[in-house]
Design a protein around this ligand. Structure first.
Ligand code: ATP
Length: 485
């Protein structure tokens, strides 16, 4: 479906070059480097000093391209985007715009946020004008540019509406109009579709891509943060996959190279999804779990260097540490559910197909996949998740018999082991959660610490290793736990 505003622009013969506030900046030719990070490192202040989130990020964003930053939750995608936009400073390394190192907000970028970030007391027109006001654009020019941006994004007629009168999709259109009105060289989008329902998101994505492909988009490059592999393959020219162990680094960059408009059903599209999925799930894990040499059984495609290092480091389960083995955000219910579905399909299934059947994105299941791997219940083999012998026994057991199987596997998981062993030092006493919080704070951000403790609590309770008193924030040994250690 052609965008109404796009038709209008075509009819009116609108210029392909910016005429608005950014017109003073010479238009970059395709391939010109607009943004560049060199050795970018970012740490946040934690309870125990600086906590690294990104390290050694070298990245160029060129005119004419859409780049997706893809990674699991917590891999530092938004942090990288904010550093490139100059909204937060890098801890070390540089971020440059058109060759000039940034010293504050990046004048060549504008941001679209997941949560729209509109001011509820301002109308659509006033919200859109905000960015221009901040840049000191005179009132008359502001009004004219805002009307044009509102029209472009399909919001004409809604100029005087307030955000509360609009649907989620319309609110996000305001978010786009507010960013596009300044005609930024680079449009930065932080999960712009993830708060929208599936159909609205699909519609908006399609319209934006039509604008981009038509050459009428008033920006020269786009950086999109997403955790959705299909969205990345659909929209991007290049996909930068971030890994998060122990902090965000570029794991691999994938050139998409598919013609636009892209056909989701085309084999090449599906192959690329599978390839990116393998990068995100880490095929080299199979190496560790099968005990074969690094890179063995990795299937088609180049071996992943970073993963090979990870698998070599973790080859010996005894060497797994709390710092190097963060717990994924997967409940016992969730990981059991996945194990049962795989068992039901004969102990092996293609994850993308399973996600399709369930109406999920493949990446929605990554925490459960990681959890099954961590517990030794499954391994990733090519595009498939394959249950191990222990995983099959666990999936097929009833609740009571599954508990000791789970406990046996969970006691090998470093954080669960740490809590259990700490309690065994003084079986009659409780240990405060703060003790583990402080230990974890040496290696993780407070959000990651809380998420991991929630998982460790859920797993330890189910395994009947320890109990947790939420009011007192204390762990206690579960009666009968000692016989298992
Ligand atoms: N202002 C902050 N102060 C402290 N820690 C932060 C801050 N912002 C982000 N973090 C932490 O940095 C890590 C990376 O966060 P970031 O939001 O960049 O990741 P992400 O890949 O975009 O994740 P998500 O997909 O969940 O948004 C997370 O563990 C997060 O808790």
């Amino acid at each position: 479906m052609a965008l109404k505003a796009l038709r209008k622009l075509r009819t009116l013969g609108a210029p392909a070059t910016p005429t608005g506030p950014a017109a003073a900046v010479p238009r970059a030719a395709d391939g010109d480097v607009l943004l560049e990070t060199v050795g970018l490192t970012k740490s946040y202040a934690g309870a125990d000093g600086e906590l690294p989130v990104l390290a050694g990020i070298d990245l160029k964003i060129r005119a004419g391209e859409i780049v997706a930053l893809l990674g699991k939750s917590g891999s530092g995608k938004s942090t990288l985007l904010r550093c490139m936009a100059g909204l937060i400073p890098a801890s070390s390394g540089t971020v440059s715009y058109r060759g000039e190192p940034l010293t504050g907000a990046n004048p060549g970028t504008a941001m679209v946020f997941q949560t729209f970030a509109l001011l509820p007391w301002l109308t659509v027109q006033q919200n859109v004008e905000l960015g221009l006001e901040a840049r000191g654009v005179p009132a008359e020019e502001r009004a004219r540019a805002a009307v044009q941006a509102i029209d472009l994004i399909g919001l004409d007629g809604f100029e005087s509406a307030y955000p509360k009168e609009l649907s989620g999709g319309m609110r996000q259109r305001v978010g786009f109009a507010r960013a596009l009105v300044v005609e930024p060289d680079v449009l930065m989008m932080d999960e712009p579709f993830s708060a929208l329902d599936v159909l609205t998101a699909e519609n908006l994505r399609g319209e934006l891509m039509e604008l981009w492909e038509s050459g009428q988009f008033p920006t020269r490059a786009v950086v999109l943060v997403t955790h959705n592999i299909e969205e990345a393959v659909l929209m991007a020219d290049r996909i930068v996959v971030l890994g998060s162990r122990p902090y965000g680094t570029i794991r691999e960059t994938v050139e998409v190279g598919l013609d636009r408009p892209r056909d989701r059903d085309a084999p090449a599209f599906q192959e690329l999804i599978d390839r990116v999925y393998r990068i995100m799930t880490g095929r080299a894990k199979e190496t560790r779990l099968s005990g074969a040499g690094a890179g063995a059984g990795a299937g088609a495609g180049a071996p992943l260097r970073a993963e090979t290092v990870e698998s070599a480091e973790s080859a010996d389960q005894d060497k797994r540490t709390v710092a190097g083995t963060p717990l994924p955000a997967a409940t016992v219910d969730g990981l059991s559910g996945l194990a049962e579905m795989v068992a039901h399909r004969g102990g092996r299934c293609d994850l993308a197909d399973l996600a399709d059947e369930l109406g999920l994105d493949v990446d929605d299941m990554l925490p459960q996949v990681d959890a099954l791997d961590l517990l030794g219940f499954a391994r990733v083999s090519g595009d498939d998740l394959v249950l191990t012998e222990a995983g099959t026994a666990f999936a097929e057991a009833d609740v009571q018999t599954s508990k000791p199987l789970f406990a046996h596997a969970a006691t090998e998981v470093p954080l669960v082991k740490l809590i259990t062993n700490s309690l065994l030092q003084r079986p009659e006493a409780a240990v405060r959660a703060g003790f583990f919080r402080d230990l974890l704070a040496h290696h993780f951000t407070s959000e990651q610490v809380e998420r991991q403790l929630e998982t460790a609590t859920d797993w330890g309770r189910y395994a009947e290793l320890y109990a947790y008193d939420a009011d007192r924030q204390e762990y206690r040994l579960d009666e009968g736990a000692s016989f298992r250690t």
